[in-house]
Design a protein around this ligand. Structure first.
Ligand SMILES: *Cc1c(COP(=O)(O)O)cnc(C)c1O
Length: 425
């Protein structure tokens, strides 16, 4: 599985790091990755990440740089931009943000002054840390106000309350997007409300960018959103990184460019930008649509098992790649304990807050799981069903060591039968 030439130089010169890399290779090969924000990239993407572009300083933007020697950096950055424009139907794209959090900070910086108000999803209802968790820098600079789900059993957003809050608080930005929410948003409603109060609409699509690119989730631009921020390493299956896309407003695009550099960053990571270009090329390939569609089918297969087994899901089920399970109600165990027990049988996922959770973030009531990584391993509905059944079985027999050993063996067999592919096109 691992060719012995892959890490030759690390092996001969740095045994300590080599051991850790090989350990991680084995962990990824044998374990089933259910964390919905993770994925496996192609060999081509990893070659680009490891390429000589890592040596280059390229402050500025293509054809407007502060250092010389940019004939090839300009080429790859332009390819990344043009491919991203095509994938998401955007007029302007900035591929320099180092990750999702810096991309969000950039857009806040571009669209607001300190003290300005932004309306985003409540964190326990699925919003991301960067949407105003009190511990973060953005929360110290801007005034975050919240909307929520109307009913956690269906997942529908309370659009009436969202509108009332917008009319009262007059936000400069209305933010849609989530990292623990399993339903589609009604982007048109966001846009209507934003127009009423003169706010800019930003969709943080970090989790579902691959579903949008693959044409199986709605593109917020089709409903008039102004800006999309995203990561490139989740469902989009690229290198770690961030990106900002602007539907058509040139003024916003220029403000974003300045906010990213020099506002927040110095030199862009050109090796990652080269890898973004490669990943976007893969996402433009017809196979990617099939991949994105299968992510949804696999999530539905898991939903079916949970419904049958009376497992409580926040939002009542899933319309995307992830499922948020109330472990406390369903299995009488906290999210932290469930995560630990599942790790023991080779199922990796994460504990997560559920709507209006009464427990603490470090030991919340829920677990969050998703299908992007297992789908990359070519697992289909049959395997997704089996994995969901194994998960339920594990949590219902958490004190039965023999049973857990048997489940672990089955998980490993599933993984060995579905090796991580090297190429997708
Ligand atoms: C993952 C995520 C981010 C942050 O991305 P990082 O690359 O971890 O900084 C931002 N927003 C949402 C909605 C996310 O899911």
């Amino acid at each position: 599985m691992i060719r012995d030439t892959d890490y030759n130089f690390i092996q001969t010169q740095d045994e300590e790091v080599y051991k850790a890399v090989m350990g991680e290779e084995e962990r990824q090969a044998k374990g089933l990755e259910l964390i919905p924000s993770e994925n496996y990239v192609s060999r081509a993407v990893r070659e680009a990440v490891g390429s000589v572009f890592t040596n280059k300083y390229s402050e500025g933007y293509p054809f407007k740089r502060y250092y010389g020697g940019q004939m090839y950096t300009d080429v790859v950055e332009t390819i990344a931009i043009e491919r991203a424009k095509k994938l998401f139907n955007a007029k302007f794209v900035n591929v320099q943000p180092l990750s999702g959090a810096p991309a969000n900070l950039a857009i806040y910086h571009a669209l607001m002054a300190p003290g300005d108000t932004i309306l985003g999803m409540d964190l326990s209802h699925g919003g991301h840390l960067t949407h105003g968790n009190p511990m973060t820098v953005p929360a110290k600079i801007f005034n975050f106000v919240r909307y929520k789900m109307k009913d956690p059993e269906t997942g529908e957003i309370d659009y009436d309350a969202l509108r009332e809050t917008a009319l009262r608080e007059k936000p400069k930005v209305i933010l849609a997007g989530f990292s623990a929410y399993s339903r589609e948003l009604d982007y048109k409603k966001f846009v209507e409300i934003a127009r009423e109060v003169g706010a800019v609409t930003v969709a943080d699509m970090a989790h579902i960018a691959g579903l949008i690119a693959g044409g199986v989730a709605r593109n917020p631009f089709d409903d008039g959103f102004d800006v999309i921020t995203t990561t490139t390493h989740k469902t989009l299956r690229g290198p770690r990184g961030g990106m900002v896309l602007i539907r058509e407003n040139e003024d916003i695009a220029q403000r974003v460019a300045k906010a990213v550099f020099p506002g927040l960053q110095g030199g862009p990571h050109m090796n990652n930008i080269a890898a973004k270009a490669v990943a976007f090329g893969e996402a433009l390939h017809p196979n990617f649509k099939v991949y994105a569609g299968q992510i949804l089918k696999n999530a539905k297969a898991m939903e079916e098992v949970f419904l049958r087994e009376n497992v409580r899901m926040i939002g009542g089920g899933t319309s995307n790649h992830l499922l948020l399970v109330d472990a406390f109600t369903s299995f009488g165990t906290t999210g932290h304990v469930a995560e630990t027990i599942l790790d023991e049988v080779g199922l990796t996922l994460n504990k997560n807050m559920i709507a209006d959770d009464t427990r603490k973030p470090f030991d919340p009531s829920g677990i969050r799981l998703g299908t992007p990584a297992m789908t990359t391993r070519n697992m289909k509905e049959k395997e997704a069903t089996e994995v969901a059944e194994l998960l339920v079985d594990t949590l219902r027999n958490k004190d039965d060591a023999a049973k857990k050993a048997e489940i672990h063996t089955r998980v490993e067999a599933l993984c060995l039968a579905h090796p991580i592919p090297e190429s997708f096109i």
